[in-house]
Design a protein. Structure first.
Length: 84
């Protein structure tokens, strides 16, 4: 996940039965691009809490790091592919 710059954002237990608590749910996001807050959504219906993610800078996200890879397909590139 780290090779794609994705980090876990949930830092609180998401399942809380009687005698223990575990973090079993995760939200992975590029934290270099987005500033986020994650909160539990406690509904009282089960021992499993939901997560709410708040993306604070979604309208101002930095899109400068995006790139587009194109490949030129012409007679020379097709011939090169056939040779190898």
């Amino acid at each position: 996940m780290a090779s794609f710059n994705l980090l876990g954002t949930v830092t609180f237990p998401t399942r809380i039965p009687l005698n223990s608590s575990t973090l079993i749910d995760n939200i992975y996001i590029d934290t270099n691009r987005y500033n986020v807050k994650v909160h539990p959504l406690i509904n009282g219906l089960s021992d499993h809490e939901a997560q709410v993610i708040e993306i604070l800078n979604i309208l101002n996200s930095n899109l400068k790091n995006h790139y587009k890879l194109t490949r030129s397909i012409d007679n020379n590139s097709v011939l090169t592919l056939l040779i190898f």
